[in-house]
Ligand binder design. Structure first.
Ligand SMILES: Nc1nc2c(c(=O)[nH]1)N[C@H]1C(S)=C(S)[C@@H](COP(=O)(O)OP(=O)(O)OC[C@H]3O[C@@H](n4cnc5c(=O)[nH]c(N)nc54)[C@H](O)[C@@H]3O)O[C@H]1N2
Ligand SMILES: Nc1nc2c(c(=O)[nH]1)N[C@H]1C(S)=C(S)[C@@H](COP(=O)(O)OP(=O)(O)OC[C@H]3O[C@@H](n4cnc5c(=O)[nH]c(N)nc54)[C@H](O)[C@@H]3O)O[C@H]1N2
Ligand code: SF4
Ligand SMILES: [Mo]
Length: 733
């Protein structure tokens, strides 16, 4: 008998609602849920591949331990937990708390249970060497919010469904499905903007899928968005279009920042950004005149050289034009769970409370930048990292100079990974603890609802029960925390109480915590009988989701400064503006090109490459080169180039295309699967190369220290098809 269950896809921020057919204990079909109030039936090829992921024979199904020959042997959960914890504790006893590092990959924010139990694990470890994929992704956004609004979790998001002018800078939502912008089916939403007479303008060095669907594409030089955005704000000021009423009522520091904006004439910005002054002027005027408008910066900006200043500049532009908190502007959502409150509770709200040992890079929201991992492992001294716990990540392929990290991992005393696969990182682990398949976990909208211009609340039970010997991610993280002497909250005395209670059969679940957060949250029932407010049970009874309406809440609920005002001139950001003003325009050496990334609808960072449907067709791991650059360097379409950066020289297949602007080359990250042939048979058959062999761990943005993954200086030259393989090397080797 087939029964149909609700499910939510957790692969990306869009969080599409699914209906899945279940026969016995297996899911047999997956489709979009037309009745889902959030996604209305939308899905993408990645999401639909969840079925293949569930069935993938290469996916790990039992805990494994690496033997002396480097092979993984199955062990029982108890063996894995007790040996892993014992060895981690031994390292900490001998070398101090910071000798154990942790790395949390992207999925941690998609799963409410894992997100909450991340705190449990970190509470038990109490290490300063906590890192994450997020530290490579959104730190400039978080820190800008921290300074301007008082919380890393106060993130304005574009009100896409009501805006008449969407200025999208360094995001490719048609492929990524949105980032810090949680709204499924961006193609339809952007089409709707144009259909109602609005404009979509995409600022990107590459003519992306989103740029092609936009009203206009502005091909900026990588890393130079700050100049462009500051000049736009400058034009708004000069032309007398500033929203002085908003500024007087809700902000402080205007004079300090106004003075600085005056330096950024469009002519100056043209020299920096490669965008004509006349275009900058026109864009600014359109932006200010449109009935509603919003500037939105995303990953391409965040992990570029001007990450934080550009994010700050975009927020300033929104403020001067009166778009912050306005319908169709940059809005602060109010989801069912108070995410900023939760972040504060688990210590994930802050900046520069401590710094990394070797390079002194600051923590953001509890994590030091992931690019410090290898040097912290290699550099002797008190606090040298000797053990690593990874959760759902693959830093060997996703952090800069991944080769250096890959060389450091085998030297660790112990490494414990929680992952679905043996990947390029977890292959070095002493233990891998795999969670159950994607259909056996419950789902509640927690983290990403904070980025949804129109949030919903959905709480779905697992579509199929997990088998007795399977564990959910949160259970694995919590069990590790318990074995390391912690507990679910990360607060010592409370965790002690939980450990005692556990001996008497009480079992903590994150569901209790989420239910509590909903009930005490902005729409909660406050535990009052008969209340119309929300609670977990009500949410579970509405599997198509509860729509929480548009973000018409103004800004007060997301300003955490004591005076309730937006700080337009936080000293660290003003300093960064001054540094940028003093800096000379970027000078490129002859032959130097700038490397940027590229996402594909069927990839998910470094994974999902082991599912045949998602990797079928032509090789996607190619270097896009503009025809002018190709001609100069003698490269031909379909040929091979030797790509060289400060740290690496290697061969890459070439695709000649005018999609990238001259001076820019593009290579997707997340490939380079040659080393996992024994464990990922499909991915390794078409391995590709890892872009992060070329990106430089020493190249970081100057405010938050986030890796610069876009705009990395490189050179290319033609490789003779017969050239020896020996070009594949790391500089200095
Ligand atoms: N050059 C370059 N580098 C980049 C980027 C770029 O644009 N250019 N992007 C950066 C960005 S934005 C990010 S977020 C990082 C991503 O960096 P990572 O998070 O390190 O990389 P992922 O490939 O997303 O790794 C996800 C891992 O989690 C596992 N996994 C998937 N689902 C689950 C689950 O439910 N439970 C568990 N336990 N494991 C699971 C997968 O098997 C995979 O190994 O990469 C960054 N690196
Ligand atoms: N299919 C798919 N979806 C994904 C992912 C995936 O790997 N595959 N990853 C997920 C993750 S972890 C994240 S964080 C999001 C990211 O989602 P987005 O924020 O939309 O990021 P990207 O798709 O990487 O698009 C970034 C764009 O910035 C451009 N760019 C590069 N450098 C610059 C620059 O200096 N200035 C400007 N203005 N633009 C620049 C790039 O050409 C690219 O088009 O996507 C998520 N969704
Ligand atoms: S867009 Fe695709 S991957 Fe993202 S949640 Fe929806 S179905 Fe899943
Ligand atoms: Mo990301």
């Amino acid at each position: 008998m087939t029964i149909t269950k609700h499910h939510v896809c957790e692969l990306c921020e869009a969080g599409c609602g699914f209906l899945v057919d279940v026969e016995g204990r297996s899911v047999t079909a997956v489709r979009g849920n037309d009745a889902d109030v959030f996604s209305r039936g939308f899905t993408c090829p990645k999401g639909l591949a969840a079925l293949a992921l569930d069935r993938d024979a290469d996916r790990l199904r039992t805990p494994v331990r690496r033997d002396a020959l480097g092979n993984f042997q199955p062990v029982t959960w108890d063996q894995a937990f007790s040996e892993a914890a014992e060895r981690i504790l031994a390292v900490q006893r001998k070398h101090g708390r910071d000798s154990v590092a942790s790395y949390m990959g992207t999925p941690v924010v998609h799963k409410h249970g894992a997100l909450l139990m991340r705190g449990a694990l970190l509470g038990a470890l109490r290490t300063k060497n906590s890192t994450s994929a997020g530290s490579q992704d959104t730190s400039p956004r978080f820190v800008t919010s921290y300074f301007m609004y008082g919380s890393t979790m106060s993130n304005p998001v574009p009100d896409v469904d009501r805006t008449q002018y969407f200025l999208c800078i360094g995001g490719n939502p048609l492929v990524s499905n949105g980032s810090v912008l949680t709204a499924p089916n961006m193609r339809a939403r952007l089409q709707a903007i144009r259909q109602r007479g609005g404009r979509v303008v995409v600022v990107d060095p590459r003519r992306t899928e989103t740029a092609r669907a936009a009203s206009e594409h502005v091909a900026v030089l990588p890393g130079q968005d700050a100049a462009l955005l500051l000049a736009m704000a400058h034009v708004v000021v000069e032309s007398g279009r500033v929203d002085h009423r908003f500024i007087a009522a809700h902000t402080r520091g205007w004079e300090d920042v106004r003075r600085r904006l005056s330096a950024w004439s469009p002519e100056r910005a043209e020299r920096q950004s490669g965008v004509a002054a006349a275009v900058i002027r026109r864009l600014a005027e359109e932006f200010a005149e449109a009935p509603s408008s919003v500037a939105y910066t995303r990953l391409g900006v965040c992990n570029s050289e001007s990450g934080t200043v550009a994010t700050f500049a975009a927020d300033l532009l929104n403020v001067v034009a009166g778009r912050l908190g306005a319908p169709g502007g940059a809005v602060f959502p109010k989801p069912a769970v108070d995410v900023p409150g939760l972040a504060r509770m688990v210590g994930a709200d802050g900046f520069a409370r401590w710094k990394s040992r070797v390079r002194g890079l600051p923590e953001t929201a509890g994590d030091v930048p992931a690019s410090v991992l290898a040097e912290e492992m290699e550099t002797p001294g008190q606090g040298q990292v000797r053990a690593l716990i990874t959760y759902a990540g693959n830093p060997v392929l996703t952090t800069p100079n991944g080769k250096r990290l890959a060389a450091a991992l085998p030297k660790l005393d112990v490494m414990v990974s929680v992952d679905l696969y043996v990947n390029e990182t977890t292959r070095h682990a002493s233990f891998i603890l795999p969670p159950c398949g994607p259909f056996s976990e419950d789902h509640v909208d927690v983290f990403f609802a904070n980025f949804a211009p129109r949030p919903v609340l959905r709480w779905l039970e697992p579509a199929v029960p997990r088998a007795a010997d399977e564990r959910e991610d949160w259970e694995i993280l919590l069990e590790l925390a318990y074995r390391l002497g912690g507990g679910p909250t990360g607060i010592r005395p409370v965790d002690f109480a939980f450990r005692q209670a556990r001996r008497f059969g009480f079992h903590f679940t994150p569901a209790t915590l989420v239910d509590f957060a909903i009930r005490t949250g902005p729409y909660g029932d406050r535990f009052l009988p008969g209340s119309k407010g929300l609670n977990g049970d009500k949410a579970r009874r509405c599997p198509d989701g509860i729509d929480l309406g548009p973000s018409d809440h103004g800004i007060a609920h997301r300003i955490f400064h004591r005076d309730g005002r937006v700080d337009l001139a936080p000293s660290r950001l003003i300093e960064a503006l001054d540094e940028l003003e003093r800096a000379a325009p970027p000078a490129r050496r002859p032959g130097e090109l700038l490397l940027i990334g590229r996402r594909d609808i069927r990839s998910n960072n470094s994974w999902m490459h082991n599912l045949p449907k998602l990797v079928a067709g032509r090789d996607r791991c190619t270097l896009h080169v503009h025809p002018e650059d190709a001609a100069r360097e003698g490269l031909r379409d379909g040929g091979v180039a030797i790509l060289e950066s400060r740290i690496h020289v290697g061969r890459v297949p070439v695709e000649v295309t005018d999609e990238v602007r001259p001076g820019v080359v593009s290579l997707p990250h997340g490939f380079g699967h040659g080393a996992v042939a024994a464990w990922q048979r499909v991915a390794s058959a078409q391995p590709g190369v890892s872009a992060n062999d070329w990106t430089d761990d020493q190249l970081v943005e100057n405010v938050v220290g986030q890796s610069i993954l876009n705009g990395v200086p490189v050179r290319v030259r033609a490789a003779d098809a017969e050239a020896p393989r020996s070009v594949e090397q790391t500089a200095g080797e």
